[in-house]
Design a protein around this ligand. Sequence first.
Ligand code: H79
Length: 444
Amino acid sequence: MLQSRQLRKYALGTILICSSLTAINHAQSDYQPSPENLQARREFQDMKFGMFIHWGVYSVLGEGEWIFHNRKLTLDEYNRLPSFFDPEKFDAQAWVALAKSAGMKYITITSRHHDGFAMFDSKVSDWNIVVRTPYKKDPLKMLADECHRQGIKLFFYYSQLDWHNPDYYPRGVTSWNNGRPDHGDFNAYLDTYMDGQLTELLTHYGPIGGIWFDGMWDKPDADWHLATTYALIHKLQPAALIIPNHHQTPKPGEDVQTFERDLPGQNTAGFNTKYVSSELPLEMSDTLNDNWGFNIGDSNYKSAAEVERRLVRAAGNNSNLLMNIGPYPNGEIDPQFVTRLHAVGGWLSKYGDSIYGTRGGPIPPGDWGVTTQKGDKIYVHVLNWSAPLLALPPISGKIAAANSLLDGKSITFTQNSDGVILRVPPVAQDEIDRVVVLIVNKAN
Ligand code: H79
C-alpha cells in the first residue's frame, strides 16, 4: 500500500525533476552517449563475466520468482510473505567475495522483481524490505558498500512490470485477477513510483554500474515514458548503463543489448530478437541451474565446464556472460553454486587473458570454437575439435607466432591466401578449451 503523504511529497519532487528534464527528454531520441558513458561501455565489455542475483521475498517459498503469478495468489495472500523474510545469514562481504573468486567483475541484483517488492529502503512506497520484513535493513546498501570496497561494479535489476501496484493499469499479458481494482494511473506509476525509485537507486548507493530493466514485454504497446526515464538515469549518473531486457531492437537511450538465455542473434528461448547491435556492448544472461530465484526442487546444476564453455562462446560472440544464482531466503548461497563458481574462478585464473578485455575475434564462431582478440593477439578457442589439424578462414595481417596459451609452447601453423591451418595439441584430460594465441602483425 502506498503511503499517500510520502507519495505526494515525492510526486512533487518528481514533477520538478521531470519538468527540468523536458529538454533532455527531447534530445534523448537522438541520444548521444556522454564520454563517461562511452568509457563505461568499454569497461563493461572488458569485464566479460558477471554475477546475476535473483533474491526477494519470493525466495521464502522456494519455487522461483514467478510464484505470485504461477499460484495465482491474491494481493492479500502475497502480502503475508514479507513477514517470513529474515535473512539472518546474509553477508554482503561473502557474496561479493564469492563473485570475485569466480572471476566475475560485476554483480546485477534484483532491486525489485515483478512482485514490485523493493529489496531496498524506498520512501516511494512501504512495499519494501525495511518496512515490511522483520529484517528491517537494506541489503542493497550493504552490497553496494561492499562492492565499492572490493572493486566490483554493481548493477540494479529493476522490473518495470508490477503485479502488485494498482497503478500498473491497464494490466499486461501476465495479469490475473489478484484483487486489484480495475482502474489505475499508469502515468503516475511510471513518473512518480518508478522514476521515484530509480532516483533513490541512483542517488543513495554511490556510483552504480547501471539499471537492468525487465518486463516491458508485458505491455509491448504501452507508452513506457522511456525518454523521460532514460534521461533521468543519464542525468543522475551519466556513466550508468541502461540495459533493457525487452527482447527488441535497441531503442534510443539504451547502452547495452542483452539477451536472455541465448547467445546474441540466436533465439532458442523463443522470445529473443535476432537483431544484434554492431554498436552497443552485448550481454547474455543464463542460470546456473534452471531457475532465476531460489527453487528448492531444482538440482539441475550446470557443471563448471559448462559455465566455462558458455563464457568462452559468449566472449567469442563479442558478448558478456551474466550468470545467475538464486540465494536462499536466509541469505546463504547454495554450496552447489559455490563449488562451481570457485572452479570457474580457478579456470579463469589460467585462461583469463583470453577472455577479459577482449572483443569477439575476426573468425566467425563455429561448432569447433570461437576467437577473441586483444591488441595484436587473436585467441583461438578450440572447444570442439578432435582432429590434429584445424583449418580456419583467412585473417587480415601476418601471423608472426602461434603459441599455446597455457604453456607458451609454439604451435605449428601455415598461413596463405586460403586461410590458416593450425596443428592443435591433443586434448589433455578435462581440458574444455585449448587456446592458441596468434600474434598478428596488422596489415598496413
Ligand atoms: O528475471 C528473470 C525472469 O523472471 C524474467 N527475466 C529473467 C531475467 C522473465 N520473465 N519472463 N521471462 C523471463 C520469460 C519471458 C517470457 C515471455 Fe512472454 C514470452 C515474454 C514474452 C513472451 C509470455 C508472454 C510471458 C510473457 C508474455
